[in-house]
Design a protein around this ligand. Structure first.
Ligand code: PLP
Length: 358
């Protein structure tokens, strides 16, 4: 159990108009910080006014990329209650990322306590409008004040929160995706399965190229043969081929998404066959040609489920389901968002309720 000190902001900000929220531009009144040293472990847990903090110019994170993060949301139900979705999964994944980057892990119950305490404290910031939520961004960085490359002895954990708008402002529209054939995001043995800033540094160039060509995201291929599908931008990917759902197996270079895991559980529960295995671009092309490629979608916390209407591979365009959202994609979207916003009864035990603040 952490002892969390609270320093309240002297003046609270005005809450934004929920109709104008974008993604990650507005932050709440406070943030949570705690520090780590080898001698003291995690200490000085505090909720303080949101704002910049000082960082030493030699800090490890600024030179050697020692950074990991998470992303999850707090949702407002129709009755006005606040709830999180599977936060323990984010806590566990952050520890797995920490292990990979030699950053200090946080005991699960302490990390969960931090999320609970902070969301309870800032709950007025969870917006009321349909489709909106409070995005939570925990992150951790190595903070040794030396350019020497040693195992990390000092680190900082921070939690910030941002009210975000509905991902789909004009209904769910299928996206167009470019399959990247030059750059790779991750390789086996690397950091692909860790949610770390460095993976994004490596992805930026392909993302920019895709954007210039009018595509919204990049689909990554495996780093060795550039043959097998890995994932899409910041989403995992699934296909419906010949009535069966297939998704790339977690090979070490793919981020183990919590939305991915939830999709698999929901689909199996609804009686669909779901297979985790290797899927090559060739196989997709053949399935498209013989008419068995029925649906494709990305899945991640931000969009929940995002139908893919078109894939571009070199000079070939794969048009999927006439560029329209498929029925399984729609069913998954309705089920997951239904549970998250409390419109559907949670029979999985995924909802984590936040106590009201008064
Ligand atoms: C965060 C992330 C995902 C999606 O994970 P969720 O837990 O479902 O939000 C997928 N791929 C990458 C590269 C990510 O960073």
């Amino acid at each position: 159990m952490l002892d969390i000190r609270i320093e309240k902001a002297p003046v609270l900000k005005e809450k934004p108009d929920p109709a104008t929220l974008g993604f990650g531009k507005i932050f709440t009144d406070h943030m949570f910080i705690m520090d780590y040293t080898v001698e003291e472990g995690w200490h000085d847990a505090r909720i303080v006014p949101f704002g910049p903090f000082e960082i030493h110019p030699a800090s490890t994170v600024l030179h050697y990329g020692a950074e990991i993060f998470e992303g999850l949301k707090a949702y407002r139900t129709a009755e006005g209650k606040v709830q999180m979705f599977r936060p323990i999964e984010n806590v566990r994944r952050m520890n797995a990322s920490a292990e990979r980057l030699c950053l200090p892990e946080i005991p699960e119950e302490d990390a969960l306590q931090v999320l609970d305490a902070f969301v309870t404290f800032e709950q007025d910031w969870v917006p009321y409008k349909d489709g909106t939520s409070l995005y939570l961004r925990p992150f951790m960085f190595g903070n040794d004040e030396t350019l020497g490359l040693h195992t990390i002895k000092n680190a900082r954990y921070v939690l910030i929160a941002s009210p975000v708008g509905s991902y789909y402002k004009e209904g769910i529209n299928p996206v167009r995706i470019m399959i990247e054939t030059e750059d790779v995001r991750a390789v086996r043995g690397g950091t692909g399965y860790a949610k770390c800033g460095g993976n994004y540094g490596a992805s930026t160039r392909a993302g920019m190229k895709a954007e210039q060509k009018g595509y919204s995201q990049v689909l990554w291929l495996d780093g060795v043969e550039r043959k097998y599908i890995e994932e899409v931008g910041a989403m995992n990917v699934m296909f419906k081929i010949g009535g069966e759902i297939v998704t790339p197996e977690l090979s070490g270079s793919i981020l183990p998404g919590i939305t991915r895991k939830s999709c698999i559980e929901v689909l199996r529960n609804k009686g669909y066959k779901v297979t985790e295995r290797k899927i090559s671009v060739d196989e997709l092309g053949k399935a498209l040609a013989d008419g068995t490629l029925e649906e494709a979608w990305g899945c991640g916390t931000a969009a929940v489920v995002s139908p893919i209407g078109e894939l571009c591979y070199k000079d070939t365009i794969f048009k999927i389901n006439d560029g329209k959202i498929g029925s399984v994609t729609q069913e998954l979207y309705d089920t997951l968002t239904g549970i998250q916003w409390g419109k559907i009864k949670d029979t999985y035990g995924w909802i984590y309720p936040i106590a009201p603040n008064n």
